[in-house]
Design a protein around this ligand. Structure first.
Ligand code: NAD
Ligand code: TYD
Length: 340
């Protein structure tokens, strides 16, 4: 029986990973720690709360004492660190918490991994550490050798964490791996990010705020394909290595928004072009050759299927996102869009 620590498991990708692992393996235990920030939602984990192979602990990854105690008690076989502040726009308004959680939290987990001799530490990173690519060079892609070149406090904090992970590998031989994935979409995505925000706003016939001209490009991957990749890296990845994850699924933001409008039978007059994000990255595009050739990973859900599945999920789970969209979310929404 293998025991995994999943941090940030009440968030979007972490929760999808918890479901993926518990559905796939009968002989794995998952302990999830999550601080339950605005982005963490225990309702998301409702489906596994009674599973004897699952345990939830509310904890902050920067709380060294609590984290060390947990490592001592649980004796993990692997740590998978999803916990992070993850929204670029928030990082522009309030960077400090990004540095605390994303960098110092990673350090606490690495120290605990060393002290309690955990055989594997996996850092869930992002393609945003590579900065951006020009819009007029579709021949260029991010490889694992692309230099780090960050644009936002969010991506700078994630890149710093990656450097720390690699430094622990070199200095202490901590058995680490890193994955850098492109933009995810799917169930349980917090409705402040592009795809869920557009779905939820369109369902309310509210304006759809598109930054700048809507021509920025993101490389979208269905969340389950990301979970599959992380599982393969944790099982068979080479220690000390970085793996890019992406499915060659590039779309301009405006294309994504129009796809959602069409699928919901709404009108394009809902689109509202708003002030651009400062430092807005132009294009992300992953070259996934390494993970495909070394680990045999490939994406299973194409964009047309994935976006329809995602829209259906939001239609069938209105209670989930309606519960999310009260309180702090509303205040935040006013702050970000009120005067645009
Ligand atoms: P999310 O914001 O939906 O979830 C983050 C979770 O971490 C939340 O449950 C939150 O409560 C928890 N958390 C935050 N601070 C914490 C702390 N100090 N201690 C413990 N828990 C804390 O984020 P997500 O989209 O699920 O992203 C998960 C990871 O994947 C992040 O590391 C992110 O950088 C990375 N990533 C995300 C994407 C994407 O498209 N969403 C793409 C590539 C990589
Ligand atoms: P987002 O989902 O925040 O992910 P990231 O910035 O990490 O890629 O944004 C995806 C793209 O959509 C990005 O180019 C910014 C744009 N965007 C909008 O145009 N309007 C919005 O309201 C949001 C949240 C994002």
């Amino acid at each position: 029986m293998k025991k995994l620590l999943v941090t940030g498991g009440a968030g979007f990708i972490g929760a999808n990973f918890v479901y993926y692992i518990l559905n796939k393996y009968q002989d794995r235990q998952v302990v999830c720690i999550d601080k339950l920030t605005y982005a963490g939602n225990l309702e998301t984990l409702k489906g596994v709360m009674d599973n004897p192979n699952f345990k939830f602990v509310k904890a902050d990854i920067t709380d060294r004492e609590t984290v060390f105690k947990l490592f001592e008690e649980e004796k993990f076989d692997a740590v998978i660190n999803f916990a992070a502040e993850s929204h670029v726009d928030r990082s522009i308004v309030e960077p400090e918490v990004f540095l605390k959680t994303n960098i110092l939290g990673t350090q606490v987990l690495l120290d605990a991994t060393n002290k309690y001799n955990v055989p594997r530490y996996h850092q869930v990173s992002t393609d945003e550490v590579y900065g951006d690519l020009p819009l007029d060079r579709p021949d260029l892609f991010f490889t694992e050798d692309t230099p780090i070149h960050t644009s936002s406090p969010y991506s700078a904090s994630k890149a710093s964490a990656d450097l720390l992970v690699l430094a622990y590998y070199r200095t202490y031989k901590t058995p680490v791996t890193i994955s850098r994935c492109s933009n995810n979409y799917g169930p349980y995505h917090f409705p402040e990010k592009l795809i869920p925000l557009m779905i939820v706003n369109a369902l309310h016939d509210k304006a759809l705020p598109v930054y700048g001209e809507g021509i920025n490009v993101r490389d979208w991957l269905y969340v389950e394909d990301h979970c599959k990749a992380i599982d393969m890296i944790v099982n068979d990845g080479t220690v000390g290595e970085i793996y890019n994850i992406g499915g060659h699924n590039e779309r301009q933001n405006i294309e994504v928004v129009k796809t959602i409008i069409k699928a919901l039978g709404k009108d394009e007059s809902l689109i509202k072009y708003v002030t651009d994000r400062p430092g807005h990255d132009r294009r992300y595009a992953i070259d996934p050759t390494k993970i495909r050739t070394e680990l045999g990973w490939y994406p299973e859900t194409d964009f047309d299927t994935g976006i329809q599945k995602t829209i259906d999920w939001y239609l069938e789970n209105r209670e989930w996102w309606q519960n999310v969209m009260d309180g702090s979310y509303q205040e935040y929404y006013e702050k970000m869009y009120g005067n645009k």
